[in-house]
Design a protein around this ligand. Structure first.
Ligand code: IPD
Ligand code: CA
Ligand code: CA
Length: 266
C-alpha cells in the first residue's frame, strides 16, 4: 500500500467515526444504572460501548473487507491478520457514565505488525485527530505538532491510575517524584485523548501502565507523526502490546523516563 492509499482509507474512516460519535453523544445521560455492567472492579461497560463497536466493525469491514480485528468489547471475532483494525469504541467509559464530557473513539490500523493509520475522535467536542505513517498528523484537516518545551519545569504531564489497587504504592512514588519537577500533573480519564493532546502540543507528556492495544495504537502513531516520541517504560518500542507507554514531545522524553525508572527519592 502507498501513502495515498493510507490517506484515502483514513478519509473513509473519518465519517464513520463521526457518525458513531454522534450515536455515543446522543446516549450521554440516557444510560440507566441498570444498563451498566461491571467487567472488573471500576471497569464499567454499557450497551453504548458495544453498539458503538458494532457500528465501527460494520463500517471498517466495508472499507477493508480482508482485515482482522482486535476490539475491546469483542463484538466480532478477534483475529490478527496482515491488516488488523485495533478499536476502542469508547475510551473513557467511566467519564461517559458519569456525564463528564471527555471520551473518545480510537481506531488504529496495523499492517504487518506496524501501525499505519490512527484516528481518535474526541466525541463531545467533535475534534478528529488522525495520522497515517509518513504523512504527518492532523486535527480536523490542520497539521498538528508537539510542543517545543524542553524543561520538565515548564511541562504539563498527564497520567492514568490503573484499576489494580496493588499498584497504588508504586504509582504514588512516581507521582511524588514528578510533582516536584513539573508545572502540573493531570488525570483526564481517556488514554486516547491524553495521547492526541500530546500530539497537539497541549500536553508535554503522558505515561500510564496496564493499558491495552486498543487504548494506544491510534494515539501513539498520531504522537509520532506530530514529531513526538513514544516508548515503553524501558525506552523500547513495546508500547502497543507491552502494557505501558510514555509519549512526549520528544524534548522531555529522557527526563520523564528517568523519573519513571528512578528508585531513589530524587
Ligand atoms: C480507560 C481509559 C483510562 C485509563 C484506563 C483505560 P476505557 O479505557 O483510557 O484513561 O486510565 O486504563 O482502561 O476502559 O474507558 O476504555
Ligand atoms: Ca480504553
Ligand atoms: Ca473502552
Amino acid at each position: 500500500m502507498k501513502h495515498k492509499d493510507y490517506q484515502s482509507i483514513c478519509e473513509q474512516v473519518i465519517p464513520l467515526a463521526k457518525s458513531t460519535g454522534s450515536f455515543i453523544k446522543n446516549e450521554l445521560q440516557k444510560v440507566e444504572t441498570t444498563q451498566i455492567i461491571a467487567k472488573e472492579a471500576n471497569s464499567l461497560v454499557s450497551y453504548v460501548d458495544k453498539t458503538a463497536e458494532e457500528m465501527l466493525v460494520e463500517g471498517l469491514s466495508k472499507i477493508l473487507p480482508e482485515a482482522g480485528f482486535i476490539t475491546e468489547e469483542s463484538t466480532t471475532i478477534q483475529n490478527q491478520k496482515s491488516i488488523t483494525w485495533v478499536v476502542d469504541p469508547l475510551d473513557g467509559t467511566n467519564n461517559f457514565l458519569h456525564g463528564i464530557p471527555h471520551f473518545a473513539i480510537s481506531i488504529g490500523c496495523m499492517i504487518d505488525g506496524q501501525t499505519m493509520i490512527g484516528l481518535v475522535e474526541n466525541v463531545y467536542y467533535g475534534e478528529t485527530f488522525y495520522a497515517w505513517k509518513g504523512g504527518g498528523a492532523f486535527l480536523d484537516g490542520n497539521p498538528i505538532r508537539v510542543s517545543t518545551t524542553t524543561s520538565l519545569a515548564g511541562s504539563i504531564i498527564a497520567t492514568g491510575f490503573p484499576y489494580d489497587r496493588s499498584l497504588v504504592p508504586s504509582l504514588l512514588k512516581v507521582l511524588g517524584r514528578l510533582l516536584k519537577k513539573v508545572r502540573g500533573v493531570r488525570r483526564f480519564g481517556a488514554a486516547a485523548l491524553d495521547l492526541v493532546n500530546v500530539a497537539a502540543g497541549r500536553l508535554e507528556g503522558y505515561y500510564e501502565t496496564t493499558l491495552n492495544a486498543w487504548d494506544v495504537t491510534a494515539g501513539a502513531l498520531i504522537v509520532e507523526e506530530a514529531g513526538g516520541k513514544v516508548t515503553d517504560y524501558e525506552g523500547e518500542e513495546n508500547f502497543i502490546f507491552g502494557g505501558n507507554i510514555i509519549a512526549t514531545n520528544a524534548q522531555i522524553h529522557n527526563q520523564l523516563l528517568q523519573i519513571l525508572k528512578s528508585d531513589g527519592d530524587q
